[in-house]
Design a protein around this ligand. Structure first.
Ligand SMILES: [Fe+2]
Length: 105
């Protein structure tokens, strides 16, 4: 589980965040959205109640939208972000190409 240092946890700072602190806060927020996706899907998998599972999966998808918003904002505010993400994506694409697919049986 991600454990980010958060100097402003539980309280509003008495000053505005620096750009670096804002980026850290946004990365923590992005992580929280991914954690929420995991939690809601796990809860949906763990119940026999159809309505509850449907609502939980719908909310999990909404958290994925939030994750996309945070990622896009990070991409705009950190000029290196898209290059690093593209580098990682290219590495996975290369491995997938070696396997001839996504690795599923
Ligand atoms: Fe959210």
């Amino acid at each position: 589980m991600p454990d980010f240092v958060n100097p402003f946890s539980g309280m509003t700072p008495d000053r505005k965040m620096t750009h670096a602190e804002l980026l850290r806060a946004l990365r923590m927020a992005l992580s929280a959205e991914e954690e929420a996706v995991h939690l809601y899907n796990a809860q949906a998998d763990a119940t026999d109640n159809e309505l509850a599972a449907m609502v939980l999966r719908d909310i999990a998808d909404e958290e994925r939208v939030h994750a996309g918003e945070f990622q896009r904002l990070i991409n705009i505010l950190d000029p290196d972000e898209e290059r690093f993400l593209a580098e990682g994506a290219a590495e996975v694409d290369e491995m997938a190409e070696e396997l001839g697919g996504d690795g599923s049986a």
